[in-house]
Unconditional design. Structure first.
Length: 403
């Protein structure tokens, strides 16, 4: 009868912990329940739960039950030997005498606390030890197989809770960063529109007068060269202004059924002369099975031209650009790969941010505008790169039939 009652108690406690793991979003609440129930089910003095800090390689206290503040105040536990042994054995470790075991970092304090033996339960996520549950006893104990199996089950549930908490925290961080980035882009867009309109008019005046003057000066000489520089730089400024306006407008796409391959061919035709002058070889691998999809042809062509220009500038002279198209289950994918200089790893996270550029004369808006266009098409754009070998930009557009 006692054995049946024990099994029922195990089952009830296990159910409480499992329910908490799957329903609670408060990780502290779950961990407190784990140490409390672990202590209760084996009639222990107390228990602590420590989670591995990957930066310091220490087991930091996350939950405790039944132990004095004096003992808990000893701080974190250095995890080198403990984690190594847990990884090697990957099972419950029984410490019969805390005074002689190398696993106990504070034996004198454990003695003062009345602790004589303990159990270490590894917390693992996908075969990696992420923490430990340590259960303390005031006497030397023998454990039944059922007790050890139950404690192992509790440890597994606790590992699930930690994994879930980390996932939630990661999603919260990503959402927070996205919210910050969205607000930043919105503010930049408003500022860009205002600056663009204020600067555009005086630039038009400079361009008009310098163009008229260049017609009246001798064909040779420093004056003409200076005016040509003024005209060239003014035109560049006007292009930056145009890019700013495009960035700030966030114009919704005017979608019609169109061929992605046709957009690729048009973009290549626009830049054909530049590729020829730079001795850049274009390799095409365009699938014939790609269906027409809903898109704004002008905007998608703008994205492709931006990516191809970037690839060309990355190569400089003599290289290869490979452009591919194919269908995925729900996407049309376009890849533009170059044999250029590549993008530094520390820059990869910033390449789609407005005004970020590694080019001496770059505005930092081409990829930002392209990113916005693809987002407005409910698509995705990304990049991989290796320094000295080149980059590959990927554009995914959803396959949506004509409504």
């Amino acid at each position: 009868m006692d054995q049946l009652a024990g099994v029922e108690a195990f089952y009830r406690i296990f159910r409480d912990i499992s329910t908490s793991v799957h329903t609670s979003s408060d990780i502290k609440e779950v961990l407190d329940l784990v140490v409390r129930k672990s202590t209760e089910v084996v009639n222990a003095k107390g228990a602590v739960l420590r989670i591995l800090n990957l930066d310091t390689n220490e087991l930091e206290l996350s939950a405790a039950c039944g132990l004095s503040e004096r003992y808990l105040s000893k701080g974190h536990v250095s995890s080198g030997k403990i984690i190594t042994e847990l990884c090697r054995l990957n099972k419950v470790i029984i410490v019969d005498d805390v005074q002689t075991s190398p696993r106990v970092q504070y034996p004198r304090e454990a003695r003062d606390e009345g602790i004589k033996s303990m159990l270490d339960l590894p917390l693992t996520i996908r075969d990696h030890v992420v923490g430990i549950i340590r259960v303390f006893f005031m006497e030397h104990r023998r454990f039944t197989e059922e007790q050890l199996d139950f404690l192992t089950g509790i440890a597994e549930q606790c590992s699930l809770a930690i994994d879930k908490a980390r996932l939630i925290e990661n999603q919260r961080y990503r959402y927070h960063q996205l919210a910050i980035q969205t607000e930043k882009l919105s503010a930049l867009g408003r500022m860009a529109a205002g600056v663009a309109h204020e600067v555009n008019n005086p630039l038009a005046g400079i361009l008009l007068y310098s163009t008229n003057l260049v017609k009246k000066v001798p064909r040779e000489g420093p004056l003409r060269e200076g005016l040509q520089i003024i005209i060239s730089e003014t035109m560049r400024c006007k292009q930056i202004i145009q890019d700013l306006l495009e960035f700030s407008r966030d114009k919704p796409p005017e979608k019609v059924m169109a061929s992605v391959n046709q957009m690729i061919e048009k973009a290549l035709a626009i830049l054909e002369n530049e590729f020829h002058l730079k001795h850049i070889l274009i390799q095409k691998d365009l699938s014939r099975e790609i269906p027409d999809i809903l898109l704004d042809g002008g905007q998608i062509q703008q994205v492709l031209v931006n990516l191809l220009i970037n690839a060309s500038e990355s190569i400089g002279d003599h290289g290869t650009i490979t452009i591919r198209s194919r269908t995925e289950p729900e996407w049309v994918r376009v890849e533009i790969e170059d044999t250029g200089c590549g993008i530094a790893p520390e820059h990869m996270a910033k390449i789609f941010e407005p005004f970020f550029s590694t080019k001496t004369k770059g505005t930092g808006l081409g990829l930002a505008v392209s990113f916005g266009i693809i987002q407005n098409h409910q698509g995705n754009i990304g990049a991989t790169s290796q320094m000295g070998k080149g980059s590959c930009f990927t554009v995914d557009l959803p396959i949506i039939a004509n409504p």
